[in-house]
Every structure is written in structure tokens, then in C-alpha cells.
Design a protein around this ligand. Structure first.
Ligand SMILES: *[C@@H]1O[C@H](CO)[C@@H](O)[C@H](O)[C@H]1NC(C)=O
Ligand SMILES: *[C@@H]1O[C@H](CO)[C@@H](O)[C@H](O)[C@H]1NC(C)=O
Ligand SMILES: *[C@@H]1O[C@H](CO)[C@@H](O)[C@H](O)[C@H]1NC(C)=O
Ligand SMILES: *[C@@H]1O[C@H](CO)[C@@H](O)[C@H](O)[C@H]1NC(C)=O
Ligand SMILES: *[C@@H]1O[C@H](CO)[C@@H](O)[C@H](O)[C@H]1NC(C)=O
Ligand SMILES: *[C@@H]1O[C@H](CO)[C@@H](O)[C@H](O)[C@H]1NC(C)=O
Ligand SMILES: *[C@@H]1O[C@H](CO)[C@@H](O)[C@H](O)[C@H]1NC(C)=O
Length: 802
């Protein structure tokens, strides 16, 4: 199976397996769940949304896919681009044939359809459309997960990661990009970007039927016309793969660093340019685009010449060695379109001919080229020499010093030079030219070889700002400006590690700045290392860290800003707690669980948060929970599962006994904290602040006592009223008790917790929890403690084993 298919399949299976009972997903259209204009699908990780939109100044309605989190609506795909809706009566549904169709309220004749003929009507009820996190809308048969149709097969103007452009030889489907007509009209426009399979395959940008720019053939690392693909900037975050086999001829790219800057797309613009964009600092930044200068335009210089844009005022076009202008007059008035012809002096066939090298070029149009991957470059030369119709040769694959043999048989067309990128092309010349070259004993340099500018990192200078996406460091003066010099008015909160300020960057982006106290012991290098690692974490239930700022004494972490408060300000508040009905609470519980699971095992690092608590769970505007404050998180490398520290950090009420007493922390200490948090969400009571006159003086003990007596439901937050599903709440209390069991080994892992939350399987009986925080009623302390001494402050009352 090819990588894209298997990737899609695994993404699909993952998504399907997450469709569980409690945490309902909003990314599918099923036969009984269509969407109307005004409604949207949102992919699981909230990367993409699908719905109805009107582009620019248009009043027409279209169904499209756009980035969910990007403020500037960026539509990446349009369904009915050539057949807009006049009004908002559109409905997107699965019809009785199992196709996804767009129609209006009163009309059954579809405006747009996936048009799959072969879906059995007896099985229609189980086809469904799902929006995947890669931005692909797939129509699948649920019983076998077979993909019947996918939007990635019908691209519009945007080339997304994991999308394939090219020919599928099995189905005959040709996938290519086409521009929009204008900003206001997604109608199929004049420009297209596609693979031309004639000869040796290459990519072209066409205007109508006419080639406008040739991106060129694949040289193993880059498209020959896009040497930028070799640059570090380009290479560090995307990897491109080109496949030419019995399955098809396709090009696709993946993302190697799915971090905060991973919003990458290639766009075929309505004015006929193809370029790469990255989302950063609240806007799309263009890295490069083509065609950009006259040398990029197809056939700007005619056959057997090359275009050299670095000649200043001189004419760009130059004949290849051994050739002269076909029309010297045209040439003299700077029109190179007629090209060059061979100087007729001596034969180039078995008459002592040979080759001269043209360095750093975009190799000629390969529609007349032949390839033989079995030959080395030396053998390639012999092969080309042997065959008099061969006019030039080069390596087919530039990786590993050159593999394979690419030969041209006919006019050499559309060559341009680059500064220090590009390929070497060997051109057949007669013995006279060859003799001249050899007598000067410099086969490669002098007149025909081209300048190599050392410091030209990019041949044209990138018009986007250069950014090292591995190291998001903010400038102190920008942070000072953003926070009004850390003014009190901007203060959001204070904790054991420092203060948090709200800030507004110049580009309008809101941030939260955590300014670490100056005496924080962490070394600057270590601090930066952690930021770099944490910056790579990306999950809808984690607050995004955008970067850091280190200058002098100052150490700061910059996070995304969430306007709605932390969870504690809801669940422990007399009024606001009633806004959280059970449905919302279980969503929050599931979200937190998934966020921790990601930290523990789904991210590439193993991270112990160490300070999970209600005040470290922030809520976004839709009350989706986001775990914050990785300031104390410990990153475990490799297989390490447990560690010891002399420096116990954490918060009363949430610390597991082994951590509080022995400084031993592991993923199971986070599970403990999660259990406490879960029980707090159900009861609306603080574990540390629990103050009831009765036999139990601590929330966990209180719940445990009720549980043993079969009266667990009495602990449920009264503000939930009677409207909750008792069995589900009871199950959650049960799971909470499993998480706070005294012995770490008895506690489930987060993946088990997530499983238990989403399934109805029987649960084991909980053993007695740890009652380590029998706080007295004056303990209102919810702040984080740090330091070796703090361990002495903890009162431990009852830790008898069973
Ligand atoms: C849009 O309106 C025009 C004229 O009012 C009508 O002819 C056309 O069928 C409508 N199109 C759709 C998709 O409803
Ligand atoms: C659809 O039908 C309803 C009543 O059947 C009517 O009120 C409405 O105007 C119709 N809408 C369109 C777009 O024709
Ligand atoms: C319909 O679904 C069943 C399994 O549910 C499968 O065995 C059968 O082959 C399907 N029929 C068609 C025509 O796809
Ligand atoms: C990206 O590179 C990795 C490792 O080099 C490889 O496994 C993966 O298939 C590549 N992805 C694409 C889209 O080429
Ligand atoms: C030269 O190469 C071309 C293309 O590979 C081939 O069609 C032709 O038969 C070859 N001629 C000779 C004499 O080998
Ligand atoms: C910010 O405030 C500090 C003291 O509160 C002051 O020393 C410093 O000069 C101020 N910086 C700016 C740029 O206003
Ligand atoms: C969340 O914050 C926004 C903006 O401050 C506010 O309008 C909204 O009412 C808040 N929502 C809740 C549920 O608190």
C-alpha cells in the first residue's frame, strides 16, 4: 500500500475508533444527519471545517472546506465551484444511492454530487462522509471503511499536505489543480497545474492549453525548476515524494514538523502563479512563487538556447555551445523566441564529437527525453555518444551523486540557469567546439559555465520573512510593548512560578505571557530546550505554547490567549457552575483525559505534567478544555517511566502519595491528579477545600465513604439538578475512584481511562484511595508549591495499605 493510502487509512481508522458514545464527533454526515447552510462539520482535531460560504463580495453560496482555526477564512476546496447556490437553502446529505449530494430544500435534483455509480442501494445506509484532519472529505462505506470518493481526488486551487497530484493508473483518474476565476468566484479558472506524462514526466503550469511555466521533472530531491525545494527552509518542514510506477505518477508532500507553524499550503493563484504559503503571525506568508521572472516563462528563449537572468542589462538568451541564433536579426533586437541552430561545421555523429557541461541549470523539457535508471553517469555518456540522435544527457536522480541516465533526442527546450542550484547538463558538441574546450583544459569553467555565487541562499530572495520554526523566540521589547510593560492592568494571575500577563502583539494576536520569577533555578539552555520540545506539542486539549523570551534575567513563556477563564472559576463558582450541565462536564472530562493521554503517549515525547488541577485547565470560547502550564512538566526520554526528584512541585490536593512523600513521579501521578479533578468536576467541590462537618474531612474520603455504602450519587453537584444520566455519572465516579487508588500500580493508565470513558465495559472495583490530604478547614491554599522544603508542609494522616 502506498504511504498516502495507508496514512489516510490509519487516520480514518483512528477517527472511526474515536467515534464513541459520550464524546460525540461533529465531523460526519450520515444518511440521517445532513447539514444545512449555516451548519458546519469540524474535523476531529479542529484543523479543518466544512460548510457553506460566500467568497469575497459574492452573494452566491458554495460548499467548501477551510482551516478551522485560521481567522482569515482560507478555503482549500470547493464542491460546487461551477454551480453556485443562489440562496441559503442548500443541504448537503447522503442520498438513497449512498452518494453525497448538494441540493436545495425544494429540489431533489442535485446541484452537485459525488456521482459514484457503483454503491449498492442495499448498503446505502452505511455510507457516510467524514471530514478528516488533513482536510480531506471522504465518503466511506462504514462496514468495510472502503473509501468510495474523496475530495483530495478533485483538488481545486490548493495543494495540501498528503494530497496527491498526478495520474492514478489503476483508475485513470488525473488529479490536478485549477485556479479560481477571481477572488470572488471559485469557478474553474484559466490556470492549471498538472503532471504531463509525455516522455519523462514533468509538472507544468498551463494557461488554458498553453504551457506557461515548467516546474520540471523530478530529480530525486527537487523539481528541476524549483531549486528552492532544496533550501533548508523548505526542507525542514516538508518532504516531497514523487512516485512513478505501475500505480501511477504522482507528487505529494508531507509535513515533518507538525508544530505551531505547520499550516502550509501551495496555492495556484487566480493570476497564474503557483506558490508556497505558511501561516504565521496571524497571516499567510508567501515563501516563493513561480513564474516570477521572464526566464521562468516557458520558451522565453527559443530552442537550443538558455535563459540567464543574471546578466544585468545584457540580453537574457544565449545559444547553447555549438549553436548560433537562427535569426540574428531577432536576436539583435532582443527577441530570443526563434532560438538557435547548430553551427554547420562538422558532423556531430561519429566524428570526434563529445560533450560540454552546462552547470546549474533547469534541464530541458523532458517530453522528448528517455530514461534508463540502470546506467551510471559515465555509462550514460557512452550511451548518448553511441546514439547520434542524442543531443544531451544528465543524471536522472541527483541524490547520492547521481543515479540513472536521462537523454534528450531532439531540440533542447526551456533551459534556464540558477546561481548555485540546478543540475549539470552535458550537451553534445562537434569536435571543433570540443577541441577548443579541451585545449584550454578547462572543460567546465570559462565561457560556458555559469556563475556560482556563494552567499546566494535563495536564487531570488524569499519574499517571506525567514523564520527558524524550531525556535520560536520573541523579542523582549515586543513583549514589553504587548503587555504595556507588564502593567498591573494586564495581570491575569500569579502563581508560585511567576505572573501571567495578557498581551497584544502588533499584528493583533492576543497572547498570555508567563513571566517566570527571577529566582527560578532553571538554566537558560535547559529552559530553551524545554520550550523547543514543548512547542512541538499540538493537541486540541493543550494550550499552545507559541514560544519563549529570554533576555538577561527575564525568562518568559508565551502562550495562546484564551479569553474564558480556567475550569476552577466555573465548577467552584456558585453561579457559573450551573452553566456546565452534565453534557458539558463529560465533554470537559473527556477532553482533559485526551489531552493527558497525548502528553503521556501520543506525542513524540513522554511528558508528565506534574501539576494538573482545575486552575490549569483553561476553557476556550466553546468551553473546550485546554490543559495549560507545562512550566513544571518533565519530559521523559525513551522508555523512562518513572523518576525521582528532590524538588517536589505540585499542588495540595492533587498530588499522589508516592510523589508527595517520596518525590516519585510517573504517568500514574498524573492519573491521580486527573482522578481528583474528575471527582471535583462531578461534585463541584474542591478536594483541598472540602469542609463538611461529618466523619469524612476530605473530598475523596467523603466520596469513598458514600461509594462503599452504595450512595455515591449523593455526592453529585446539586446544581446539576435531576437532569443527568445517573448510570453515566456513576460510571465516572467509579473511574475517578480507580484513578485515586493509593498504589500507583493499581491506577489505570490514561489510555485505559479514555477507553473506560468511552465504552460500557465492566470496571474493576476500586481499592481504597489515598487520603493524604486531610486538610483542615482553614487550608484555602490552592497555589503551587516549589522546593524541597515544601514536602514538610504536607500533613499525611492515613496511608495504611490493604
Ligand atoms: C438561481 O437563480 C436563477 C434565476 O433566478 C435560476 O435560473 C437558477 O436555476 C438558480 N440556480 C439555483 C442553483 O437555484
Ligand atoms: C420551498 O417550498 C416552500 C414551501 O413548500 C416555499 O415557501 C419556499 O419559497 C420554497 N423555496 C424555494 C427556494 O423555492
Ligand atoms: C453489502 O454489505 C455487506 C456487509 O454488510 C457485504 O457483505 C456486501 O458485499 C455488500 N454489498 C455490496 C453490493 O456491496
Ligand atoms: C517524509 O519522510 C519520512 C522519513 O524520511 C518518510 O517516512 C515519509 O514517508 C515522508 N513523507 C512523504 C510524504 O514523503
Ligand atoms: C537512439 O535512441 C532513441 C531513443 O532512445 C531510439 O529510439 C533509437 O532507436 C536509438 N538509435 C540507435 C541507433 O540506437
Ligand atoms: C518598564 O518598567 C520598568 C519598571 O517597572 C522600568 O524600569 C522600565 O524602564 C520600563 N520599560 C519601558 C520600556 O517602559
Ligand atoms: C467566554 O468569553 C467570551 C469573551 O470574553 C464571552 O463573551 C463568553 O460569554 C464567555 N463564555 C462563557 C461560557 O463564559
Amino acid at each position: 500500500m502506498n504511504p498516502a493510502k495507508s496514512l489516510l487509512k490509519s487516520v480514518l481508522i483512528l477517527l472511526l475508533s474515536l467515534l464513541f458514545r459520550i464524546c460525540v464527533s461533529l465531523d460526519t454526515i450520515t444518511p440521517d444527519k445532513p447539514i444545512k447552510d449555516g451548519e458546519t462539520l469540524v474535523s476531529n482535531q479542529k484543523t479543518f471545517a466544512l460548510g457553506f460560504f460566500s467568497p469575497g463580495n459574492s452573494n452566491y453560496r458554495y460548499v467548501g472546506i477551510w482551516y478551522y482555526q485560521i481567522t482569515e477564512q482560507t478555503v482549500v476546496w470547493v464542491a460546487n465551484r461551477d454551480n453556485p447556490l443562489n440562496d441559503s437553502s442548500g443541504i448537503l446529505s447522503i442520498n438513497s444511492q449512498g452518494n453525497l449530494v448538494l441540493h436545495t430544500q425544494n429540489q431533489t435534483l442535485p446541484i452537485w454530487s459525488t456521482n459514484i455509480a457503483s454503491i449498492s442501494s442495499t448498503n446505502y445506509s452505511i455510507s457516510m462522509a467524514q471530514l478528516l484532519d488533513v482536510g480531506n472529505l471522504v465518503l466511506v462505506q462504514q462496514h468495510n471503511q472502503r473509501v468510495l470518493w474523496q475530495s483530495f481526488d478533485y483538488p481545486t486551487n490548493i495543494f495540501l499536505p498528503f494530497m496527491k497530484v498526478g495520474l492514478d493508473r489503476q483508475t485513470g483518474l488525473s488529479r490536478y489543480l485549477t485556479s479560481w476565476e477571481s477572488k470572488d468566484d471559485p469557478k474553474t479558472g484559466k490556470y492549471s497545474y498538472k503532471i504531463d506524462t509525455i516522455g519523462y514526466p514533468q509538472l507544468f503550469l498551463y494557461k488554458g492549453q498553453t504551457p506557461l511555466w515548467r516546474a520540471g521533472s523530478w530529480s530525486g530531491q527537487v523539481l528541476t525548476g524549483v531549486p528552492e525545494m532544496k533550501s533548508k527552509l523548505y526542507n525542514s518542514d516538508v518532504n516531497v515524494s514523487f512516485v512513478n510506477n505501475e500505480d501511477g505518477i504522482t507528487i505529494m508532500y508531507g509535513i515533518t514538523e507538525p508544530d505551531v507553524y505547520s499550516k502550509i499550503m501551495f496555492v495556484l493563484g487566480e493570476s497564474g502563479t503557483f506558490g508556497r504559503y505558511t501561516w504565521g503571525d496571524g497571516k499567510w506568508v508567501r515563501f516563493w512563487f513561480d513564474p516570477q521572472e521572464s526566464c521562468d516563462i516557458y520558451l522565453n528563449c527559443g530552442p537550443n538556447s538558455y535563459c540567464d537572468p543574471y546578466k544585468g542589462d545584457e540580453f537574457d538568451c544565449t545559444c547553447l555551445p555549438g549553436f548560433e541564433p537562427k535569426s540574428p536579426l531577432d536576436w539583435s533586437i532582443r527577441d530570443g523566441s526563434s532560438g538557435c541552430v547548430r553551427k554547420q561545421r562538422v558532423s556531430t555523429c561519429k566524428s570526434g564529437e563529445g560533450f560540454v557541461k552546462l552547470a546549474s541549470v533547469k534541464v530541458p523539457d523532458t517530453s522528448i527525453a528517455h530514461v534508463d535508471m540502470s546506467l551510471s553517469l559515465k555509462q550514460c555518456e557512452q550511451e548518448c555518444l553511441r546514439n547520434c540522435s542524442c543531443t544531451a544527457y544528465t543524471s536522472a536522480d541527483e541524490s547520492e551523486e547521481g543515479i540513472g541516465c536521462l537523454t534528450w533526442h531532439g531540440d533542447l527546450v526551456d533551459i534556464r540557469t540558477f546561481t548555485n542550484e540546478g543540475q549539470d547538463l552535458y550537451i553534445r558538441v562537434d569536435s571543433i567546439v570540443l577541441g577548443k574546450r579541451q585545449s584550454t583544459d578547462s572543460y567546465e569553467s570559462s565561457a560556458y559555465s555559469l556563475p556560482n555565487l556563494e552567499d546566494f541562499t535563495s536564487r531570488r530572495g524569499l519574499d517571506g520573512t525567514r523564520r527558524d520554526s524550531n525556535f520560536p523566540v520573541f523579542d523582549l521589547k515586543n513583549i514589553i510593548a504587548a503587555t504595556n510593560n507588564f502593567s498591573v492592568a494586564n495581570l491575569l494571575g500569579k502563581g508560585g512560578f511567576g505572573s501571567v500577563y495578557k498581551g497584544l502583539l502588533q499584528n493583533g494576536m492576543e497572547i498570555a505571557v508567563k513571566r517566570l520569577s527571577k529566582n527560578s533555578r532553571k538554566g537558560i539552555e535547559q529552559f530553551k530546550n524545554e520550550v523547543v520540545l514543548i512547542a512541538k506539542l499540538q493537541h486540541r486539549n493543550l494550550v499552545r505554547i507559541l514560544g519563549c523570551c529570554v533576555q538577561g534575567e527575564e525568562k518568559m513563556l508565551i502562550y495562546e490567549y484564551l479569553p474564558n477563564d480556567s475550569l476552577d472559576s466555573y465548577i467552584f463558582d456558585g453561579t457559573k457552575r450551573s452553566w456546565l450541565d452534565w453534557g458539558k462536564r463529560i465533554e470537559i472530562i473527556c477532553g482533559i483525559a485526551r489531552g493527558i493521554l497525548y502528553l503521556h503517549q501520543d506525542s513524540r515525547l513522554r511528558i508528565i505534567h506534574r501539576d494538573l488541577k482545575a486552575s490549569n485547565v483553561l476553557l476556550d470560547t466553546t468551553l473546550n478544555p485546554k490543559i495549560s502550564d507545562f512550566g513544571m512538566a518533565r519530559i521523559f526520554r525513551g522508555d523512562q517511566i518513572e523518576a525521582n526528584t528532590n524538588c517536589v512541585v505540585g499542588t495540595f490536593g492533587y498530588m499522589s502519595p508516592e510523589y508527595a512523600m517520596q518525590g516519585l513521579f510517573s504517568i500514574k501521578s498524573d492519573v491521580f491528579s486527573f482522578g481528583v479533578l474528575l471527582l471535583e468536576i462531578i461534585t463541584g467541590e474542591r478536594n483541598t477545600n472540602y469542609c463538611h462537618n461529618g466523619p469524612s474531612s476530605n473530598l475523596i474520603e467523603h466520596i469513598w465513604d458514600h461509594w462503599k455504602e452504595g450512595k455515591a450519587m449523593e455526592v453529585v453537584d446539586p446544581s446539576l439538578g435531576e437532569t443527568y444520566p445517573a448510570d453515566e455519572v456513576s460510571r465516572c465516579i467509579h473511574i475517578g475512584l480507580l484513578c485515586v487508588q493509593e498504589h500507583a500500580t493499581d491506577r489505570p493508565t490514561m489510555s485505559t481511562v479514555v477507553f473506560m470513558l468511552s465504552n460500557d465495559t465492566p470496571l474493576p472495583s476500586p481499592k481504597q484511595p489515598a487520603f493524604i490530604f486531610k486538610s483542615t478547614c482553614n487550608t484555602k491554599d490552592q497555589t503551587t508549591i516549589e522546593g524541597a522544603n515544601s514536602i514538610n508542609e504536607i500533613t499525611i494522616t492515613k496511608i495504611d495499605g490493604r
